[in-house]
Design a protein around this ligand. Sequence first.
Ligand SMILES: [Ca+2]
Length: 416
Amino acid sequence: MKRGASTVMMTILAIFLTAAVVHCSRDRNGPASPAAKALPGNEIELTHTVLMTGLKNPWDLAFTPDGAMLFTEKCRGLSVRLADGTARRLFGTNGSAVVADDFFCQGQSGMCGVAVDPDFADNRFLYVYMASRLDKPAGNRVVRLVVDEGYRTVTDRRDIVTGISFKNSATLWGRAGAHSGGRLRFNPDNGFLHITTGDNHEGPLPQDLSRLGGKVLRVDRHGRAAPGNNTPSGGDQRIFTYGHRNVQGIAFRPGSGQSFACEHGPGHSDEVTPLVAGGNGGWDPQPIAGVSCAGKYCGYTSNKPDGTPTSMTDLARFPDAMRPSWDNKGESEGMGDCVFLSGEHWQAWDGRLAVAFLRGSRIDLLQLNPAGKTVAAGPMAGLPSERIRSLVQGPDGALYVATDGGEIWRIATSRK
Ligand SMILES: [Ca+2]
């Protein structure tokens, strides 16, 4: 990898007792600059490389075992970048190998999450989360595809989860297509697909166990409910957890395999929450008796007679709700994706949870104790300030990042 024009010396993050050096480059640019001198002590040297530019709202990434990188663009569809840098559009709008006539994008919705089957080498299964007009009215769904060995096209479409809630019209609170969630991740520990959804600015939805919005779903590769979801009696058995606002990140802690959801707050309290099967996230933006909210959605006001903002985790009403590991209290900065950094090459950051922010335009690193509570947090400093949409650790151990502005980055340590 070439090292490019700028080198940024990071400040010491006292909270981590670490410091780092970031080498920023665009991989087609040269000449290389001299490596910055590493700081003494518990240091981490990072290289930041821009792999792709000019994309249209890239939303998610996934890698196959042979090193191909799949990526989605919200209003275009699914593409692949091969190891030699060749990119091809596989599935979506005109210009794709397979055009999906039912696919559309609106507001925050479109072609969102992408995941690769744990047994991809045998079955060539890919999965995308997309807005579709096959639902009446339009909805979100999870579509499974088979990609050929040359990554030239996809076949055998099967829609494994359909009818995921979608906001079909604008309201006082925002445009159509808002709060669709959309992340797809397989938990490597149990092989089940996790699907994150959103509340659509619809007050009753997160606590409604008959519908799929404001939830984390957990299913097998055919879309059937995973065993052990522990869904409350009478609820849709695909629901793993409920009472969420807009989950756009889900990560699995190495070692324990525990799921952590990362979700947007409503002007306060973005939350990272360790999940338990059948758990309630404690978000209920419908008005309580005696309260009135426009469109029956109290997500930005108060659902209580005392006027206090609707809580992201209402322990007064849901004392058994899942407690967040971390929240940013008075702020909401558009928390997006999250992933655990894993591997000795990450040095002091091995095992830390990287959390992406959109409005906050950065990546934070959370240090968790064995119980999953956050004991320290701070930014991954020295990176460009961009709205961060997706975080994935690649098969090479590097952190891959999609920015809302249209870039895909590779962030690696000097050891890998
Ligand atoms: Ca919560």
